[in-house]
Write a protein that binds this ligand. Structure first.
Ligand code: SF4
Length: 508
C-alpha cells in the first residue's frame, strides 16, 4: 500500500513549517524511526514542540498491537487536528496498515502513510520543508523491502528518547504497566542519553496472538555497514550507550544482498563488529527471543570487556507448556529455565527480565498457577505483565476458551504484585557494590538518576554541583532510595564526562 489518502483541500498546503510536533505510540522501533523525523526537522530549523502545543505540522506514529493502542492512535490523530485545525497532519505506523479507514474517519484531512511508505513520508516531509540544499536526508525505516517499496535504503536511527523507564520488548501488548504509551503523555528525558539503533524490522514467527507480522511484514535486517554507520553517527552526537533494537532482533542475518550487507552475519557477529570497529562504551539489547540467546552471543557478551551490558530481556509469555504451544512459541518452560541458568552462569549478576501474558485463550487456573510458580522459581530482575488482548485476524482471537475480562485482570494483578516484589529484590543485591551508572535526568532533590549496567536505577548527587547528564559515574550503592523501593541511592566515586554535550532536546 502506498500513500493512501491525500486530501486536496488542506488548509495550509504550501505554508511554511516553523513548528512541528511528533506524537509517537508503541514500540522501541517506532521510537527509533521517529528520531529520524525529529532529526530531519531539527536540522532544518523547525522548532519541535509538545503535541498539545500549536504546530504547523504534526506527525503521528501509530501502534496497533492491542485494541487500546489502536484507540489511542485514533485519539492522537483527533487531538492533533483539534489542537491544530490548520496544520498538516501526517499519520504513519502499524494502525495505518491494519485499519486505515478508522484513522481517515478520525480526521479526513490527515495524510496516511503505511509502514511500506515511510520512505515516501520522509520525502514528503523534505518537500514540505523545501529542501534544495542537497543535504542528505535521514532515512526512516532503514530497510528496503523487496522491490524497493519503502524508499529508504539503510540507516534506522538512534539518538533518541523513550518515554518508558524500562526498555521492555520491541513492542508492547497491553496496558497493565502503562506499556502502550499515551501519545500525549509526558515524553520524559529518561532515555535521552541512550541511542536506540534499529538493526532489524518485521517478524516471520507468527505467534498466534500477535498482529505485528501483519503490520510490520516479514523479518528483514539492516545491512551491517549501515548499522555501523548509525552507531558512529550516534557516538558523534555524544551518545554513550547503544540499545540495539528490532521487532525480532535475534533473527538478524546481516542484511539484504548488496552493498554494505554481510550475508549470514548473526546478531553475535554484528555485535562483534560494533565492538571491534567502534569505541562504543555500552551496548544493550532491547529484547531477544529465548531461542536466539546462543552460546556465540553469550561468548561475545563475556568477551566484550564489560562493554556489552549484563541485561537481557527475554520474553517468556507463559510458564505452561500447553499454553506456550497454543501461543505458537518455539520453546517450552524447561528450555527457558535452563536458558536463564546458562545466562546466569556465563554472566554472574546479569539482569534477566521477562514478559508474561495473563489470560491467553485456554489458560485455566491450573495453567496460570504453573506460570506463577515458574516465575517465582526463576526469581527474575523484572517481569512485564500484559493482559491478553484479542487482535482481529490472529489465530488466537478465534480460539475456543477465551478468558473473561475479570479473570484476566485478576491474573494480571497477581503477576504485577510478583513483579513489584522482584524489582527491589534484584536492586538490593547491588548494595555495597560499585556500579557504573549512565546518568540521565535530574531529580527534584538535586540528585541525578541513571541506569547501572544491569538496568537498575541509581540516584547520586554531583560532587561539584555540575549537571551529570550523560556522564558515566562510578557509584557506591549504599542504600535503597527512600523515594522508590526499586531504586538505589549511592555516592559518586569518580566520573567520566562525554566530550561534547548532547544536542538540545527536540521536544520541549
Ligand atoms: S516473535 Fe512472536 S510475539 Fe514477537 S513479533 Fe514475532 S510473532 Fe509477535
Amino acid at each position: 500500500m502506498d500513500q493512501i489518502l491525500a486530501h486536496p483541500r488542506h488548509a495550509t498546503r504550501g505554508a511554511p513549517v516553523r513548528r512541528a510536533a511528533i506524537a509517537n505510540l508503541g514500540c522501541k522501533v517506532n521510537q527509533s524511526e521517529m528520531d529520524a523525523v525529529e532529526r530531519l526537522l531539527r536540522e532544518r530549523g523547525v522548532e519541535l514542540v509538545d503535541a498539545h502545543e500549536a504546530a504547523d505540522l504534526v506527525v503521528v506514529n501509530t501502534c496497533t498491537v492491542t485494541s487500546i493502542a489502536d484507540r489511542k492512535s485514533r485519539q492522537a490523530v483527533r487531538r492533533a487536528r483539534r489542537t491544530n485545525p490548520d496544520a498538516q497532519v501526517f499519520v504513519t505506523g502499524c494502525s495505518v496498515v491494519i485499519d486505515p479507514e478508522s484513522l481517515a474517519g478520525a480526521d479526513p484531512l490527515t495524510r496516511l502513510f503505511d509502514n511500506d511508505s515511510k520512505g515516501r513520508l520522509m520525502a514528503e516531509l523534505a518537500g514540505l520543508l523545501e529542501l534544495a540544499d542537497g543535504r542528505p536526508m535521514p532515512t526512516l525505516s532503514g530497510v528496503e523491502l523487496p522491490g524497493g517499496r519503502n524508499g529508504g535504503r539503510a540507516g534506522g536511527r538512534a539518538g533518541g528518547r523513550a518515554a518508558e523507564p524500562s526498555l521492555g520488548r520491541a513492542f508492547e501488548l497491553e496496558a497493565d504497566e502503562g506499556s502502550v504509551e499515551d501519545a500525549f503523555g509526558d515524553r520524559t528525558d529518561i532515555d535521552r542519553t541512550r541511542a536506540f539503533v534499529k538493526i532489524q524490522d518485521g517478524c516471520s514467527f507468527h505467534c498466534t496472538y500477535c498482529i505485528i507480522p501483519r503490520a510490520r511484514g516479514p523479518a528483514r535486517s539492516i545491512a551491517a555497514d549501515a548499522v555501523l554507520a548509525e552507531v558512529r553517527r550516534a557516538m558523534a552526537a555524544s551518545h554513550r550507550e547503544m540499545v540495539l533494537t528490532g521487532i525480532n532482533a535475534g533473527t538478524y542475518d546481516g542484511g539484504p544482498a548488496g552493498e554494505g550487507a554481510a550475508a549470514g552475519l548473526s546478531l553475535a557477529g554484528l555485535v562483534r563488529r560494533i565492538l571491534a570497529e567502534t569505541e562504543v562504551e555500552r551496548i544493550r539489547l532491547s529484547s531477544i527471543e529465548p531461542q536466539h540467546v546462543t552460546a556465540e552471543l553469550l561468548d561475545v557478551w563475556t568477551g566484550s570487556g564489560g562493554r556489552c551490558l549484563p541485561h537481557f530481556h527475554i520474553p517468556l509469555e507463559s510458564g505452561d507448556d500447553t499454553i506456550l504451544r497454543r501461543m505458537g512459541r518455539r520453546y517450552d518452560a524447561a528450555f527457558y529455565g535452563e536458558l536463564v541458568a546458562r545466562v546466569r552462569r556465563a554472566i554472574p549478576g546479569v539482569a534477566v527480565h521477562a514478559d508474561v501474558i495473563a489470560g491467553f485463550p485456554g489458560e485455566d487456573d491450573a495453567a496460570w498457577a504453573r506460570t506463577m510458580a515458574f516465575l517465582r522459581v526463576l526469581d527474575l530482575a523484572g517481569v512485564h505483565v500484559f493482559r491478553y488482548s484479542a487482535r482481529p485476524g490472529t489465530p488466537a482471537a478465534r480460539m475456543v476458551g477465551q478468558v473473561d475480562g475479570r479473570t484476566k485482570k485478576r491474573r494480571a494483578a497477581e503477576a504485577l504484585t510478583l513483579a513489584a516484589e522482584a524489582r527491589p529484590r534484584f536492586a538490593e543485591r547491588h548494595l555495597g557494590r560499585e556500579l557504573r551508572v549512565l546518568f540521565e535526568r535530574p531529580l527534584p532533590d538535586g540528585r541525578w538518576l541513571g541506569h547501572a549496567e544491569s538496568h537498575v536505577l541509581v540516584a547520586a548527587a554531583p560532587r561539584d554541583g555540575r549537571p551529570l547528564e550523560n556522564a558515566i559515574g562510578l557509584v557506591r550503592a549504599e542504600s535503597v532510595d527512600p523515594t522508590a523501593a526499586d531504586r538505589l541511592a549511592g555516592s559518586l566515586i569518580s566520573i567520566s564526562r562525554a566530550q561534547e554535550p548532547l544536542a538540545e532536546p527536540a521536544l520541549k
